[in-house]
Design a protein around this ligand. Structure first.
Ligand SMILES: NC(=O)c1ccc[n+]([C@@H]2O[C@H](COP(=O)([O-])OP(=O)(O)OC[C@H]3O[C@@H](n4cnc5c(N)ncnc54)[C@H](O)[C@@H]3O)[C@@H](O)[C@H]2O)c1
Length: 364
């Protein structure tokens, strides 16, 4: 098992360890038992993950003499809702959970965000342990402390920063993860490679060419690298006010096409399209060499993600979604662009004409 420490601000109490390995649930039990994080634990999961892994994870914690309960919510983004928060709070009080209780978020990003949010406000804040079970959650959402639920006006509009007390990434969970979910996570891994690690890009290209995207050694390597990249950015910019924004590479246009498709495009597919668009804009503005743009498109295709905007999405609709994002940040659309592979920067001044032209070119 590998470990890496996320060192946050001045107070060691806020720092935490990310554990990465294959079949580490028993060890998680022992580590939590030794840690003194809490006197009892409540696992929060969703019905899918519960059926596959819930009993096994609870048994692993109980084997370490921990007191453990388990609650499952419905699977899917709809669970990131304030009504689920209230229902969970009521279940927690029913179980007698108090300030000496910690929550264990066992699931994908939905369970992680929801459970982190509940933990941040239940009795003014109790600890949360993140146990991510999708590749996306293992490389992205479980690290960094962002929590939240959705409201009608938009995703993640109610939320907090609540850093976990530990993150346990078990590659074993990925064995039964559907292909589409694996690709969603690979989009974020490719993002990390493009912004920070050309070597990781080589590794993904090799694995895709050999059909080895599910191999344990490959997954362990990419998860470790992606976690290192994310944790280093979180250490520098815990509250997402500066450098951490480069993690949004591909997300500006990505969010716009995701919303314009009525969420028919998955998050990973949308981010893939957004990365291709950012690379094309970077090339068009004479920052990025053509061969780097082509390489980004080719690795996205190689893992089975889309590199073109579906023809049926109206460019005007995508532009208006971008404009509504723009309102949130004043008058400029912030794109993360590239000077070369591994060298991103925040650009606030992409002319609207170039964005429109790029959207049209990517629909051909
Ligand atoms: N907090 C952050 O920093 C951050 C970052 C990125 C994304 N997010 C959030 O993450 C969410 C998306 O997360 P996601 O893509 O993991 O989706 P998800 O949590 O909905 O999981 C996807 C599906 O996979 C199933 N599943 C989970 N683990 C499984 C396993 N091991 N085997 C088989 N099936 C499994 C789930 O039941 C669900 O049906 C979004 O709500 C997004 O806003 C948060």
């Amino acid at each position: 098992m590998k470990t890496m420490k996320v060192n946050l601000d001045r107070m060691a109490a806020n720092s935490y360890t990310i554990h990465i390995g294959d079949g580490i649930m028993d060890r998680m039990g022992l580590i939590l038992a030794r840690s003194g994080v809490a006197q009892r634990y409540v696992i929060v999961t969703d019905d899918h993950v519960d059926a596959l892994h819930g009993g096994r994870v609870q048994a692993a914690l109980e084997k370490a003499d921990l007191i453990v309960d388990r609650i499952a919510v419905a699977p899917g983004e709809a669970a990131k809702d304030i009504r689920t928060v209230l229902a969970l709070a009521e279940k927690l009080t029913g179980l007698g959970a108090d300030r000496h209780t910690a929550l264990v978020a066992l699931g994908g990003g939905v369970v992680g965000d929801l459970t982190g949010f509940v933990a941040s406000i239940y009795m003014r804040g109790i600890p949360v342990i993140q146990v991510p079970t999708t590749l996306l959650a293992q490389v992205d959402s479980s690290i960094g402390g962002k929590t939240g639920v959705d409201i009608a006006a938009g995703k993640n509009l109610l939320g907090t920063f609540h850093q976990p007390k530990g993150v346990f990434i078990d590659i074993d969970f990925l064995r039964m993860l559907p292909e589409a979910q694996l690709r969603n996570g690979l989009a974020e891994v490719i993002k990390c490679a493009v912004i920070e690690s050309p070597e990781l890009l080589d590794d993904i290209e090799d694995a895709a060419a050999k059909g080895g995207l599910r191999e344990t050694a490959f997954l362990e390597r990419v998860i470790t690298t992606a976690c290192r990249i994310k944790k280093e950015l979180v250490e520098i910019d815990e509250r997402d006010r500066g450098l951490r924004r480069i993690l949004n590479f591909g997300h500006t246009l990505g969010h716009a096409v995701e919303a314009a498709s009525g969420y028919a495009l998955s998050h990973g597919e949308s981010v893939a399209i957004g990365m291709v668009a950012s690379a094309a804009i970077s090339e068009r503005m004479h920052y990025l060499p053509t061969e780097d743009r082509k390489r980004i498109e080719s690795v996205i295709r190689a893992v089975g993600l889309p590199d073109r905007i579906p023809g049926k999405l109206a460019p005007g609709e995508i532009m208006s979604r971008l404009a509504s994002d723009k309102k949130k940040e004043g008058e400029t659309i912030h794109f993360i662009l590239l000077k070369k592979l591994g060298l991103p920067f925040v650009n606030g001044g992409v002319p609207e004409g170039i964005v429109r032209e790029t959207i049209k070119r990517l629909q051909r």
